[in-house]
Design a protein around this ligand. Structure first.
Ligand code: HEC
Length: 162
């Protein structure tokens, strides 16, 4: 009796639960991984990497830092683009698998979010450190998924970190 009741309850849940589930979002990916790298991710990472730098030339040192609110906002906006791009990489048909690829994409979200926090705090050192972590996130995926780079490591990809 109890089992029968449970069965009815489960059937009802399946019937009503599934029939009222919303349809999947109508995602319409319009680019592939390569173009996403060149058009979105790489230019945005460049804004972050170029924002805090020490440039030494003969007789002088330039300490490059964002100064105005507008400059800090540009860094923050680029960090948001880098972080959200991790989600774009996870989408079909760009995702290469459901395991390591997802972790690599999450690494980009983490590092991009770190840069965003650094820019919002207007902290050049934090942006610099986040920039390094972004670089590691890019490289960790590239050593695993770009054949020309992967083939350099016959014993398996290294973990690219500090
Ligand atoms: C989750 C994996 C992943 C992450 C993270 C990632 N990439 Fe890539 N990237 C790829 C793959 C795969 C390719 C090769 C695409 C192809 O040739 O089809 C690529 C290619 C590229 C290319 C070469 C594009 C070309 O024209 O051949 C650039 C530049 C690039 N990535 C920049 C970056 C930068 C900068 C970051 C970090 C801010 C980054 N990528 C993060 C997977 C990733």
């Amino acid at each position: 009796m109890r089992a029968a009741f449970l069965l009815v309850a489960v059937s009802a849940a399946l019937l009503f639960g599934c029939s009222s589930a919303p349809p999947p979002p109508p995602f319409r990916p319009i680019t592939d991984v390569k173009e996403l790298m060149n058009s979105v991710i790489d230019p945005s990472a460049d804004v972050i990497w170029n924002s805090v730098a020490t440039i030494q030339s003969v007789g002088q040192t330039e300490e490059r830092r964002p100064h105005t609110d507008e400059q800090w906002t540009a860094v923050r906006d680029s960090a948001i683009i880098v972080a959200e791009s991790g989600n774009l990489l996870m989408m079909v048909p760009r995702a290469k698998d459901g395991d390591v690829w997802m972790k690599m994409a999450q690494g980009l979200i983490d590092a991009g979010s770190e840069a965003r926090r650094g820019a919002e705090a207007k902290n050049p050192d934090a942006v610099f450190d986040a920039g390094a972590n972004i670089y590691y996130a890019c490289s960790n995926c590239h050593v695993r998924y770009i054949d020309e780079i992967k083939n350099v490591y016959p014993n398996g990809p290294p973990d690219v970190t500090k």
